[in-house]
Design a protein around this ligand. Structure first.
Ligand code: CU
Length: 128
């Protein structure tokens, strides 16, 4: 039997949050479709009922307009500008006023706490 040829192992990468759309630096028209994704991390709806412990290595998306990434372990506010996608969804059509905007995608666990390394920010522009 020939030995199986080993594929070179891909370079290890940590978990990442990414905007599937729009692209960083894009000029967009309102309403703009935001679509979120992850690499090496699983998105899951928050379980029904009272949650006392976050499940490990699972989380959901949060987006904020014109806000920065929160520090690791911070509680993501249940208030503007943060929107929680606790149902596990990853798309929203959002109204944006004209001008330049920062879009921040932040993953949070079942208790809506940020997770190290799982935040990204892009810039878009909405013409007058
Ligand atoms: Cu949340």
């Amino acid at each position: 039997m020939p030995e199986p040829v080993a594929e070179p192992a891909p370079a290890p990468t940590g978990p990442r949050a990414i905007f599937v759309q729009p692209e960083d630096g894009a000029t967009v028209t309102s309403p703009v479709r935001l679509e979120f994704g992850t690499e090496n991390f699983e998105i899951s709806a928050v379980p029904a009922g009272e949650v006392t412990e976050p499940r490990p290595a699972l989380g959901h998306h949060h987006v904020a307009i014109d806000a920065e990434c929160l520090p690791a372990g911070a509680l993501i506010p249940r208030a503007a500008p943060w929107i929680h996608f606790g149902d596990g969804s990853n798309v929203i059509d959002m109204q944006l006023p004209a001008g330049p905007h920062t879009l921040t995608l932040q993953i949070g666990d079942d208790l809506h706490q940020t997770i190290e390394g799982l935040c990204t920010t892009i810039s878009v522009n909405v013409p007058e």
